[in-house]
Design a protein around this ligand. Structure first.
Ligand code: PRX
Length: 683
C-alpha cells in the first residue's frame, strides 16, 4: 500500500477499510420486461468467443455493407473494428426509424424556464432538421467528409441536430462543453484544426439568460493568437428572428443559422456511407499533462457499443421515455443522450438547466409530466438533489424502472437514497464505470441478471475483461482487499481510436506501463490502463476508488491538475503552483491551489483572487478553486517534484505520513498551520 508520502497511488487505501455492502436483487417486474434476461450472455461473451461476440452489438445497427473482419490487431494498439463495414451514424439514429416511428418523439427538450413550452422533435421532424442543417454545413460552410467542425453549444436541441448533421456527412464533430471558457474552446479549435465554429446566441442557466455569442467572439480572438483562423461562426438563435446577444454580428464571418436554413427548407442531404473505422467525433478530455487530448472515436465500433450497452444496461425499449440528466458536452451525453438512445429509437429527454431550478421538485415534476421511466445521472447531481429536497421525490407520481449512476464513485448512503427515495424501491440501479476514452460502459451489472451492490460498479460488461495490477505489474486478485490500477485486458468496439494528432501519446498514456511485449500483435499483450484505482471483492464486483493520475473530478467534470496549475501561472506574481483535490460533500471534489510567489512579492488577498479569476478565464467557472494558499514554498522531493499528495493530505485533514525524505520537510508544518491553524491532525 502506498504511503501518503509517496507520489504514486492516491486514495486507494480507502478500499481496505470500506465494508462490504448488501446485495439487492432486481424486482421480478423488471426482469419480466428486460431486454437481456438470458444468463447465456455471459457464456456468449466469454474470452473464447472474443472478438466475434461483439457481432451481437453490431447487428443492432443497419449496415450499408457488412464487415469482413471483426477485429484487426495487426497494428497494436491501434485496433480496427468491423473492418470493411460501411454505415452512417445519422442514418442509424434517424432515417431507419422513420418507417415505424416517424411520429414518435425522438427528442423532448425541456427549457429551464418552467413557463416556456417544451420542444418535441418527432423522428420525422428530427430528420428534417438534421438534413437541412447538414446542407448548411455542406453547401454554405463548405465542409466535407473528414473535416472537423467545432461546436460550443449548451443543452439546446440545436446540439444533437448539429451532431447528427455532421455525422450525416462524415464531418468529424468536436463539441466543447458549453461551460468551458472561450480560451478552452480556442485550444480545441486549434488542436482539431477546425475553421467553422457553431454556437448560439444565449441560453438559460440557474434563472439567468447567458450570452453565448459573446464567448464566440473571444474564442475567435484566442484561436487567432494560437495561429488558428475561424472563418465562419454559425449562430443558432433560441427564438428565430430575435437576437439575444449583445455581441454584434461580424459581416462575412457570423451568420444566423435560421436565415441560412431558409434556402434548404425541405431539402435532403444524402447520408455519406462511412467506413466503420472513419472517425465520428472528437471529445477532448483532461489527462496527466497540461494539454487536453482529443479522444478520437470511430463510427462503427462506437455506435455498435453504445447501442448494445444502451439496450442491455439501460434497458431501453422504443416505448420508454429515457432521461439522461447529464450534459451532451461530455461523453455521457454523446453516448447516452444522443447516439445510444437514438440508435434504439427511444424518446430521449434533454433538460437545459440546473437540477434545482427553480426548486428541488423540478427533476421530479419533469419525470412525472413526461412519464420518464429510465433515469440516468451522476452522483454529484444525486447528492445535490438529496441535500436540497430529500423528501421531494415522494411528492410526485412518477415511476422509474431503471436508474443509472455514472461519473464518480457513489457513497453507499447516497446510493440508498437514490434507490429507496428516488427509485421508490421499484427501480434497479446500474452503477456504470467508464471514461471518455472507452466510448461506453466498462463495468456495470446487467440489471436483470446480477444483483446490485451499493457503491460497487459490478463486474466487467460482457466482452470486457478487467484486471487489477499493482505498480509492479503483478495481478491483484479478487477478495484480497487490496487496491491497484484497473486495466482492461482486451480491446472493445467502443474504445477510442487514438489521440487526435498524437498517436505516440496514445500509446504512452494507456499502454506503456503494462504492455507485455511491444512487438506482439496479440491483444493479450496489450492491457489498457484506465487511470483509476479499484478493488475487486470476493464476488467479482469492482469498486472504483477514483483517479490515480493527475486528474480531479469536480462535480463529475474532469479537470487536469496541470491545466489548473498552468492557469494559475498566468498570474504574473506566481512562481509555482500545485492543484489538489479537496473532498466535498456535494461536488465529490473541488480544486484547491497552493502557490508560491516570485521573489520580493508579498502575499495578498488580491493575488489570490487574481488566481481564481485567471482559472475561471482559462478553463471556465466550473474549475474555480475553493481556496488559494500563497505559501513560502511547495514541498518537494529531492529531485524537485512537487508533492501534491502531502498538500492534499493537509487540505483533507489526513495524516501526511513520512516526509523526512523531502528536500524541504519543514515547509510542511508551516503550510499545515496556515491551512488548519494549530489543529494537530497529524500528530
Ligand atoms: O474516475 C473515473 C470516474 O470518471 C472518470 C472518467 O471521467 P470522464 O472521462 O469524464 O467520463 C465520465 C463519464 C463516463 C473515471 O476515470 N468514473 C466514471 N464512472 C464512474 C467513475 N468512478 C466511480 N464509479 C463510476 N461509476
Amino acid at each position: 500500500m502506498p504511503t501518503a508520502g509517496s507520489d504514486s497511488t492516491s486514495e486507494t487505501e480507502i478500499g481496505v477499510y470500506w465494508k462490504e455492502e448488501e446485495l439487492i436483487h432486481p424486482p421480478t417486474r423488471f426482469i419480466a420486461q428486460a431486454n437481456m434476461a438470458d444468463p447465456n450472455i455471459f457464456e456468449r461473451f466469454k474470452e473464447e468467443n472474443f472478438p466475434e461476440c461483439f457481432k451481437e452489438y453490431a447487428d443492432l445497427l443497419s449496415w450499408d455493407r457488412y464487415w469482413s473482419t471483426t477485429l484487426d490487431t495487426s497494428n497494436p494498439p491501434f485496433w480496427k473494428w468491423f473492418v470493411g463495414g460501411k454505415l452512417n451514424a445519422s442514418y442509424n439514429c434517424v432515417d431507419r426509424h422513420l418507417r415505424k416511428y416517424k411520429n414518435k418523439a425522438a427528442i423532448i427538450w425541456i427549457p429551464e424556464q418552467e413557463d416556456e413550452p417544451d420542444q418535441v422533435l418527432t423522428y420525422q421532424e428530427l430528420h428534417n432538421r438534421v438534413n437541412e442543417f447538414a446542407l448548411v454545413l455542406r453547401d454554405f460552410a463548405g465542409l466535407k467528409k473528414g473535416d472537423r467542425v467545432t461546436f460550443h453549444l449548451p443543452m439546446i436541441p440545436a446540439l444533437p441536430i448539429s451532431m447528427l448533421a455532421a455525422a450525416r456527412l462524415g464531418i468529424i464533430h468536436n463539441q466543447v462543453f458549453g461551460g468551458f471558457s472561450a480560451k478552452a474552446c480556442a485550444e480545441r479549435i486549434q488542436d482539431s484544426e477546425s475553421h467553422v465554429l457553431v454556437t448560439c446566441d444565449g441560453y438559460c442557466r440557474n434563472g439567468q439568460l447567458l450570452d453565448k455569442k459573446m464567448d464566440a467572439d473571444l474564442t475567435v480572438e484566442e484561436a487567432k493568437k494560437l495561429g488558428s483562423d475561424v472563418k465562419k461562426v454559425l449562430v443558432w438563435r433560441r427564438y428565430p428572428d430575435k437576437y439575444l446577444s449583445k455581441s454584434p454580428m461580424v459581416a462575412g464571418r457570423d451568420y444566423f443559422i435560421d436565415d441560412l436554413l431558409k434556402e434548404f427548407r425541405g431539402k435532403r442531404a444524402e447520408p455519406v456511407s462511412m467506413d466503420a473505422e472513419d472517425p465520428l467525433f472528437l471529445m477532448y478530455s483532461s489527462g496527466s499533462t497540461g494539454r487536453p487530448k482529443g479522444c478520437q472515436h470511430r463510427t462503427g465500433g462506437y455506435l455498435a457499443y453504445v447501442a448494445g450497452t444502451s439496450k442491455y444496461v439501460q434497458d431501453i425499449h422504443p416505448e420508454d421515455v429515457y432521461w439522461c440528466f447529464a450534459d451532451i458536452g461530455w461523453i455521457t451525453g454523446h453516448s447516452y443522450i444522443v447516439y445510444g438512445p437514438l440508435s434504439l429509437a427511444a424518446t430521449t429527454v434533454m433538460y437545459e438547466g440546473v437540477p434545482l431550478f427553480p426548486d428541488a421538485g423540478r427533476p421530479w415534476r419533469i419525470a412525472e409530466r413526461l412519464g420518464v421511466d429510465i433515469f440516468h445521472t451522476a452522483p454529484t447531481t444525486i447528492r445535490m438533489m438529496r441535500k436540497a429536497g430529500s423528501n421531494e421525490p415522494k411528492k410526485y407520481n412518477y415511476h422509474f424502472k431503471c436508474m443509472t449512476t455514472v461519473g464518480e464513485p457513489i457513497e453507499p448512503e447516497v446510493w440508498r437514497w437514490y434507490y429507496y427515495v428516488v427509485g421508490k424501491g421499484e427501480a434497479i440501479i446500474t452503477d456504470t464505470w467508464w471514461l471518455t476514452e472507452s466510448g461506453g460502459f466498462l463495468c456495470s451489472t446487467l440489471p436483470a441478471l446480477q444483483p446490485m451492490k451499493p457503491g460497487s460498479a459490478g463486474t466487467g460488461m460482457p466482452g470486457i475483461y478487467p484486471v487489477i495490477y499493482d505498480d509492479g505489474g503483478k495481478e491483484i486478485r479478487r477478495g484480497q482487499g487490496r487496491a491497484g490500477n484497473i486495466c482492461i485486458r482486451n480491446p472493445w468496439p467502443g474504445i477510442m481510436q487514438t489521440i487526435w494528432g498524437d498517436p505516440e501519446r496514445f500509446v504512452r498514456q494507456y499502454y506503456s506501463k503494462y504492455c507485455m511485449n511491444p512487438n506482439s500483435t496479440n491483444w493479450k499483450d496489450w492491457p489498457w490502463m484506465a487511470g483509476d484505482g479499484a478493488v475487486q471483492a470476493e464476488d467479482g464486483y469492482y469498486r472504483i476508488l477514483g483517479r490515480i493520475d493527475d486528474v480531479i473530478k469536480v462535480a463529475g467534470h474532469r479537470l487536469g491538475t496541470k491545466e489548473l496549475e498552468n492557469a494559475s501561472l498566468t498570474t504574473p506574481e506566481i512562481s509555482e503552483a500545485a492543484a489538489i483535490a479537496l473532498t466535498d460533500e456535494l461536488r465529490g471534489h473541488v480544486p484547491v491551489i497552493y502557490a508560491s510567489l516570485k521573489p520580493g512579492i508579498i502575499p495578498s488577498k488580491e493575488i489570490a483572487e487574481k488566481v481564481v479569476a485567471n482559472i475561471a478565464k482559462e478553463l471556465g467557472p466550473i474549475a474555480k478553486p475553493r481556496a488559494v494558499y500563497l505559501v513560502p514554498d511547495l514541498p518537494k522531493t529531492r529531485s524537485g517534484k512537487i508533492m501534491r499528495r502531502v498538500l492534499a493530505s493537509i487540505s483533507n485533514s489526513k495524516d501526511y505520513g513520512d516526509i523526512t525524505t523531502l528536500a524541504n520537510p519543514d515547509i510542511v508544518e508551516t503550510i499545515r498551520k496556515m491551512v488548519q491553524g494549530d489543529k494537530a491532525v497529524n500528530k
